[in-house]
Design a protein around this ligand. Sequence first.
Ligand code: ZN
Length: 451
Amino acid sequence: MIFRGVSCKQLLQIVQAIKADPSIMDIPQHEFLNLHSSTREFQKLTQKLAFKLTNGNSYDWVVASVPDLLCYHFEFNHVFRMGLEEALRTHRLPFNLYTYLDEVTAGNPLRPDNKRKSYVWYVGIREMGLHLQNELAWIPIAFLPSTVKDRIPEGISEAGASLYSNMLKDCRMRLGFALPNGTLLQLQVKPPVADEAALKLLWGFKGSGGLKPCFLCSNVLKKNHDMLALDPGFTDITSANPGEWTFVKDEEIFSTQDRLHEAANWMGKGRLDNLQKCCGQNLQKFGMLKNDDVRNGLKPTDSQFDGMHCYFSNGVGGLEIDLILQEIEDKMVLDVNKLLEFCNGWQPTQKFLIADGQFKGMARSTMAFIPIFNHFLQKEVAPLGVLEAHLKSFAQLSAVVCQLRVVKNQFPVQEIWLLIDFWLWAAQLMLDFHLFSTHWLVIAVVVLLLL
Ligand SMILES: [Zn+2]
């Protein structure tokens, strides 16, 4: 067993946990992957991407050679092979290779150490369907520590450009490559599923730092901007009506970047900074929007917002729970112990935690808590005749979450769109009380299966 990077205190906790319940070690062998079996084996699966750092030094970023790594997993990763074999039987080639990008921080989640923050890219094959619910079906391909990212001139966008360009250029991806059993696999690389912060960094958009927080819409501006009063063609980020949103085309995104470059030839720094904020893009030399391979092979508008983050992990679900907890605490109708006793008493037993008036839990826990909490509100708070509108709003959120759970576990992707109207209707009711942004939520539904 490898304990690299684990503190003595944590190691002691692990040993004590194993002593208390030795059966936790009885995990089937096929669930384990040992990528550290030999350095030579590891090197065969990787390649180096070179960067010039801000201090003038060069840096070799070791990333996976995706076809080689997928072949490796086909051979040794039971979950991946089963999913891929089923996909090969039921779907036509080429398959869609989805990339997923997220921030991870090694160490204690309750005391995150920013110096250990990193960005990780994973790939998953869309046609593997519900097999993607198993984390072993998602293959990590690149890991970039934030301490290195900060020294790459254009950060994640420059690293991403190099990574995607490399993946796209690999002719074996387009023409196909043979799996260890001789079967042909053809893959089409897709831009990432990620939270808004990661998509912004990757594509080099301004996000909330610019006039247009959403890079997919050309007329959705930040809240309370003066332009909204001038032109009825604009709307703001709290708009819950997709009929008001004008979606951008990929060509427009690229041509905006080109025009920024033209402007940079004659415009002063102050004006150029302003122009970048208005366009919602950073001027890039090495980033994703300036890379020819990326432009030819990926569509920024195919990027997908990660449903898990939109709703559950620092998303709307968690926010709404905390808001209503605050409301019922203010009205003195909440006994937290009674609430927890009620919510933790269901089968299978859950351990929900509320501390300092806030719900503490990961995405999965938040998803499980909302319908139970709603049941508590309807049963214990509604009879008191208080907060009627708030309870109605929360019941809508709960209905949406129940639908999301159905989608996550059962629905094929094409049927997801049938549910959007329902969600929008429910979201508009919720908007009467809390002005969260429906914007991301609507876009996020497409990727819920990947949650
Ligand atoms: Zn938008």
